[in-house]
Design a protein around this ligand. Structure first.
Ligand code: FNR
Length: 364
């Protein structure tokens, strides 16, 4: 479909679903096992209702926020996603350039398909975040940390901790079964990968499953950047991350691509508000998973988050190159502004943590 006919973020995913390559689509849209967490992430945003206030003169509003010291037009970062070239030839360079044009930030993945220099050069005046999976061969991660410190565009290190092992992605594996069949038919069955050769498993096998909280000290020794732990799924771990000196956390279950039946990220935010409300003030709290509407951004901020990550819709928008990414952000910005006006919120930063705008009765 023409980019001009795309009016919301789901449209981007549907367009890719229909016109993207089958293997790329299985990789991007897929999640673990029965997709329970994938679907819960989305549906729980929909179960959180507003408590709108009226007659507040919403002629001018402010959607800006500061995330890890960086001023953004709206509190959105594009999630780190591996091998973005599978979605379109411009890959991560489209994500970087689109983010810069929209006043938001791209968190680039260690498993990116473009080299870091090319990605940074696509948005030479914009800040970036950098996402790391810790490698079983620690010296490799140390080299990466040394390299990213030389680029002053990179403002924070996101360390992903929710994927000690790559989960079972059945959409990926079904494609593999087709490939296996054709390998057998062509007499090349020695090429069959017994462990499941889906894209996710083959790109994630280097991740260190021995990673533990003690390793934060090792990370600190090798970087001066703010450290953000991505993949917090309980109030207890949110508190630990704060106590151990992280600058931020991302409440995330990897978009349902790690443990299936992990709780929807909103449920974790609510648990944190109950069990460790101080975390929202002492460090920066971010959330991702199933954010598809500008109104979801407003909800996340009212819950106390300083920003949200949006994943799959941006990855799918790469099909339309930089213009697609920009359009995806523009839709979110427009929906956010509309939601704020209709809810009576004129300043997003001031509404942070203000639960009076939310009605949580359906999920508590
Ligand atoms: C991811 N995610 C991810 N996370 C990460 O820390 N490093 C990575 O390399 C990747 N790769 C990746 C690839 C693809 C195709 C997807 C869809 C996701 C997880 C990602 O950062 C984020 O947590 C979720 O995508 C957020 O959920 P939504 O917005 O996609 O629902």
């Amino acid at each position: 479909p023409l980019l001009e006919t795309i009016i919301n973020l789901n449209d981007f995913e549907q367009a890719f679903n229909k016109f993207g390559a089958q293997k790329a689509n299985a990789y991007i849209s897929g999640a673990s096992n029965d997709l329970l967490t994938l679907n819960a992430n989305k549906s729980y945003w929909q179960k959180l209702w507003f408590r709108p206030r009226i007659m507040r003169n919403v002629s001018t509003i402010n959607t800006e926020m500061t995330m890890l010291g960086q001023k953004v037009k709206m509190p959105v970062w594009i999630c780190p996603m591996g091998i973005a070239k599978v979605a379109g030839p411009e890959g991560e360079t489209a994500l970087a350039a689109g983010a810069a044009a929209s006043g938001i930030i791209h968190c680039t993945s260690v498993t990116a398909s473009y080299g870091l220099e090319d990605i940074l050069a696509a948005a030479p005046n914009n800040p970036f975040f950098y996402q790391l999976y810790v490698d079983k061969q620690r010296h490799k991660s140390e080299e990466i940390l040394k390299k990213i410190e030389m680029h002053n565009q990179i403002k924070a290190l996101f360390v992903t901790v929710d994927l000690a092992v790559v989960s079972k992605r059945e959409a990926d594996e079904r494609i593999r079964t087709q490939e296996v069949t054709s390998l057998y038919l062509s007499g090349e069955k020695n090429k069959v990968d017994k462990k499941g050769g889906g894209l996710a498993r083959t790109t994630g096998s280097f991740i260190d499953w021995a990673l533990s909280w003690d390793d934060l000290a090792w990370l600190r020794k090798h970087t001066k950047l703010p450290i953000v732990v991505k993949g917090i799924q309980s109030a207890a771990d949110a508190k630990l991350a704060m106590q151990l000196g992280c600058q931020g956390i991302v409440v995330s279950n990897h978009g349902g691509r790690a443990l299936d039946n992990a709780p929807a990220t909103i449920l974790v935010l609510l648990e944190m508000r109950r069990d460790c409300p101080e975390v929202f003030e002492k460090i920066e709290v971010f959330v991702d998973g199933g954010v598809r509407r500008g109104s979801d951004i407003l909800k996340a901020v009212c819950l106390g988050a300083r920003g949200v990550g949006v994943g799959r819709p941006f990855q799918c928008s790469v099909m339309y190159n930089k213009e697609g990414v920009e359009s995806c952000a523009e839709i979110l910005q427009d929906e956010l502004e509309t939601a704020m006006r209709l809810c009576g919120v004129t300043n997003l930063e001031k509404a942070r943590g203000d639960m009076s705008y939310l009605n949580t009765s359906e999920i508590e």
